[in-house]
Design a protein around this ligand. Structure first.
Ligand SMILES: *Cc1c(COP(=O)(O)O)cnc(C)c1O
Length: 401
């Protein structure tokens, strides 16, 4: 394997983001292939016993087993790290494997974690159910409220955990303020950046320590595979994350990493076009829906913070109708947009969180998170925006709006 300029950080750090997304991390075999190779192998062979001994001792570079290293996964990890502006990245099998790894690798019984209340359902499950079972204390706060984060800090607080924009309320967490507060107390911030991706928002630039991903979403971009990633400093990845990952094995398969690697080549293009499509759609229906939740619109309560920390606002937004029946009527009237709970896809997809992604948590927890019965969430894809706007127009009309 020959490393290209894409693996030389002194070169890649000078590239602009779209170039990084296409070229960072590339290695080439003796065939000189243009598209990165897919190494579907679990093991490796060695020319002699001394070589393998040196690799296992850490004295020589080289792969030993795909739970520890794989060339295709390593290419994707390097590409994600360079895009994020992170020293290092490791991939996991799913976004939830990434979140679980990012938290469990650094928390022990007796530690305390503070999380934002508006979160992906399974991220809330980690805070509400899994971590307490292992003696890790958890607090949940309104992520928009700096004073609430500060008030939740205890002497044993180790981690702040949040996503921004948050799913599906579109709450924005002030990255600079919350990361500064954490830093002042020696607390590690873990930011779930799945909605925006590094193409639109780079939390490390605002002081975050760790960025965790569902790469299944906008990063992969075409709804094909599940994958996750965790980015941080080289020291944190080597000393904190790797001992956990190498021994527990939440690894990403080479095939899925390869699909994400190819998806990243179009990330910049997709993120910008889908953001523009989403903003145009939100503007076209804003006056017809009771509540519009799009961080790119001046009507969003945290529009100024979103503008400060995001390059663009992403493909996803939510809006609230008067009832579950009305929300379901809009879904049932759609002709182009699919009813689907996935996001980040190049196809436009819409869902009703209260009866799908956030159904299990119960009505009380939903109300606390700000998820009402009439809320709809849409991921706007790469179709011609005029067609999506026309579809929503006719669906809202049919639902009496
Ligand atoms: C989808 C999602 C996850 C979970 O990712 P999977 O790849 O489905 O495991 C976590 N956080 C956010 C914000 C998500 O949107």
């Amino acid at each position: 394997m020959k490393k290209t300029t894409g693996t030389d950080r002194s070169v890649t750090q000078n590239w602009r983001p779209a170039t990084r997304a296409v070229r960072a991390g590339t290695w080439r075999s003796e065939h000189g292939e243009t598209s990165e190779a897919l190494f579907l192998t679990s093991g490796y062979t060695y020319d002699d016993a001394a070589t393998v001994a040196a690799r296992f001792a850490g004295d020589a570079e080289g792969m030993t087993y795909s739970r520890l290293q794989n060339p295709t996964v390593a290419m994707c990890e390097e590409r994600i790290a360079v895009l994020e502006g992170a020293e290092a990245c490791r991939m996991q099998a799913t976004g939830m494997a990434a979140m679980t790894t990012a938290l469990l690798c650094q928390l022990s019984a007796g530690d305390h974690i503070v999380g934002a209340r508006a979160a992906f359902g399974s991220c809330r499950w980690l805070l509400d159910n899994l971590l307490p079972r292992f003696g890790i204390e958890t607090s949940v706060v309104d992520g928009r409220d700096l004073a609430a984060w500060e008030a939740a800090i205890r002497p044993n607080t180790k981690v702040f955990f949040f996503e921004t924009p948050a799913n599906p309320t579109m709450d924005i967490v002030d990255l600079e303020a919350i990361c500064a507060l954490a830093k002042a107390h020696g607390i590690t911030t873990v930011v779930d950046n799945a909605f925006a991706t590094a193409a639109l928002q780079r939390p490390l630039e605002w002081g975050a320590d760790v960025v965790a991903y569902s790469a299944t979403k906008l990063m992969e971009g075409q709804g094909r595979v599940l994958a996750g990633a965790v980015c941080g400093s080289q020291q944190w990845i080597d000393e904190v994350l790797l001992p956990f990952q190498r021994n527990t094995g939440p690894n990403c398969s080479p095939f899925n990493a390869w699909v994400v690697l190819k998806g990243l080549e179009t990330l910049d293009l997709r993120a910008r076009r889908q953001s523009a499509n989403a903003l145009a759609l939100a503007k076209s229906i804003e006056s017809r829906v009771p509540v519009m939740l799009h961080p790119g619109l001046p009507s969003h309560p945290q529009h100024d913070i979103a503008k400060k920390q995001m390059d663009d606002f992403g493909p996803i937004f939510s809006f609230v109708l008067d009832s579950r029946a009305q929300a379901h009527a809009v879904l049932d009237a759609l002709q182009l947009v699919d009813i689907s709970n996935n996001i980040g896809d190049s196809k436009s997809l819409m869902c009703h969180p209260a009866s799908t992604t956030h159904a299990n948590m119960g009505e009380e927890a939903r109300a606390e998170m700000g998820i009402s019965e009439g809320m709809l969430r849409i991921n706007v894809g790469l179709e011609d925006r005029a067609d999506v706007i026309e579809d929503l127009d006719q669906a809202l009309k049919k639902a009496g709006l």
